[in-house]
Design a protein around this ligand. Structure first.
Ligand SMILES: [Cu+2]
Length: 534
């Protein structure tokens, strides 16, 4: 219900080095509005947090109970179910709107069936529960990761409908003193189709020119920070719908410090988070990004980066220290407007939740250890000091499929410079890129389109070493990065320069890189990489 308290997802914790979990993916088609998707565990918990330690074994059984989104009569489901049962889910049988699988975003685990393969794995209604079985690497940085379906062509529908959940690799307090003993909370921001698509904007908003539709069929960016958004947002499944954005509620003990772990599980919506007290932005102590502590390079111990706002592209995570308000102060968690470019979606200013001080506020369910054993630093040389074996250039671009008809569907490309732009083909077995285990490469990702894109690669993290042509030296790694949009006034294409790390044996295999705006990904903005063993 809009305006209610933000619930905490249930925590499923590993026991003696093993996390065993049974999840079922469900869908429902409400009488009004689009299909909803959700994971439930055996106790009925919705999209639980999976809490693990480096080295733990995860055994996750996934049962597919999706309904046909076209809402066919029930008899048809049975026919589908029988036709599918007995098929080998590892050989990529059919991938339809009712198929599903899981991607473990950010984990460096092998891209093979039953671990983190999304190219061939397809679990269908009627199939027996499908077993995922993998080990969290000993060297996986402690932080926030996530799980979501990744069936090509249908990822957006399922994720937009709500199919996502958090994975927490425990131990950030073992590498950053500033987090020792803090209560922690997990916030998952999802987007969804508008609950009130035909409402005019709230009366408190300035009057805007007529709303336009972008090429994806969503409300186009109007550059004002106001007006109808392309999608509604929710926080831990509490919707904050357009046009009035009734905020959800977060209560904290007065002045209490907490670690907030925030996942942007939106299909297309960028976040630009801020915490306001009496309308003034408060310092947010960033300690980790995309699951990786900010002091990952070992040079800057216990690093906290104080910011007054945090940009979070779809798929990315931020973990930061927040100090709660004192009694009588009105606090607000907001996302500020994001300029997604002339071709992008409208992403206006909006509230997500009020933050109020209360002596009786419930303590968060989870608290970081007050006396942690320090974690040993990585034994590998820091990525920033390893020489790349080559430089590659890739670029995002878009093309109207029929140049004579500006309203024809857009084709989305992510192209290796020198190859012909093409929408991704799931049946292709020819990799776009071949790399070698043990090496490091520099990739320049350009944006040649007039909207934002977020580059993501499976199986590994990278270091951002350049942005918009300027060198940067971040002491941490990312797995998702925003690339600014191009306009014809720009002298060169906007770009991010990434140092890609193929040193880990788990990075061997064939897998995907793509834009994490899921309608772009489903539309073909994706490529195939094969990393050969040494
Ligand atoms: Cu994109």
């Amino acid at each position: 219900m809009p305006g209610s308290d933000v619930p905490e997802p249930e925590d499923l914790r590993s026991d003696e080095g093993v996390l065993k979990v049974d999840l079922t993916i469900h869908s429902s088609v409400p009488s009004k509005g689009p299909a909803r998707y959700c994971y439930t565990d055996v106790r009925g918990g919705q999209s639980p947090n999976l809490r693990v330690h480096p080295g733990d074994l995860v055994i996750l059984n996934l049962k597919n109970e999706l309904m046909d989104p076209a809402d066919e009569p029930a008899a048809d489901h049975q026919v589908h179910a029988h036709a599918q049962s007995g098929s080998d889910a590892c050989s990529g049988p059919r991938m339809t709107a009712m198929s599903t699988n899981l991607h473990f975003h950010g984990l460096t685990i092998p891209a093979v069936c039953h671990q983190d393969d999304v190219l061939r794995t397809s679990i269908n209604p009627g199939d027996p529960p499908f077993e995922y079985r993998f080990r969290i690497p000993e060297n996986q940085p402690p932080g926030l990761y996530w799980y979501h379906p990744h069936i090509h062509g249908f990822t957006k529908t399922q994720v937009l409908g709500g199919a996502s959940g958090a994975i927490i690799v425990e131990g950030i307090e073992r590498v950053n003193q500033a987090t020792v003993g803090l209560p922690e909370r997990v916030f998952i921001i999802r987007d969804q189709d508008l609950m009130n698509p035909h409402s005019p904007p709230s009366k408190s908003e300035p009057v805007l020119p007529k709303m336009l539709i972008d090429r994806d069929g969503d409300a186009a960016n109007n550059g004002t920070g106001f007006g109808k958004p392309a999608k509604d947002l929710s926080i831990n499944f509490v919707p904050v719908p357009y046009p009035d954005y009734p905020p959800a509620r977060i209560q904290m003990k007065p002045g209490e410090r907490q670690l907030w772990r925030v996942l942007n599980a939106s299909a297309i919506t960028y976040l630009n988070l801020a915490v306001l007290f009496n309308r003034k932005p408060q310092p947010l102590g960033l300690v980790a990004l995309d699951g990786v502590p900010l002091n990952e390079n070992g040079a800057s111990r216990d690093r906290v980066s104080w910011q007054d706002h945090l940009g979070v592209p779809p798929g990315a995570r931020v973990e930061f220290i927040v100090e709660g308000p004192f009694a009588g102060v009105s606090g607000l968690l907001v996302t500020r407007t994001v300029d997604t470019g002339p071709g992008g979606e409208n992403d206006p200013n909006r509230a997500l939740a009020t933050i109020t001080a209360s002596k009786n506020a419930d303590e968060p369910r989870s608290r970081l250890s007050a006396s942690p054993h320090p974690m040993l630093p990585s034994s590998l040389p820091w990525l920033g000091r390893v020489r790349p074996v080559r430089v590659r250039k890739l670029y995002f671009s878009e093309k109207v499929s029929d140049p004579a008809d500006p309203n024809s569907p857009t084709e989305f490309y992510l192209t290796v410079d020198g190859q012909a732009p093409a929408v991704f083909d799931m049946h292709s077995t020819l990799p776009n890129i071949i790399a070698k285990e043990g090496t490091v490469e520099d990739w320049i990702i350009e944006n040649r389109s007039n909207e934002l894109h977020a580059f993501h690669i499976h199986q590994l993290h990278f270091m951002l070493i350049g942005y918009m042509g300027t060198a940067v030296d971040e002491p941490f790694l990312r797995d998702t990065v925003n690339v600014p949009y191009y306009t014809d006034r720009a002298l060169q294409y906007p770009s991010a320069r990434l140092r890609m790390d193929f040193r880990d044996p788990n990075s061997v295999g064939t897998y995907l890189y793509h834009c994490h705006l899921l309608e772009h990904e489903d539309g073909g903005m994706m490529g195939l990489i094969r990393v050969d063993p040494q």
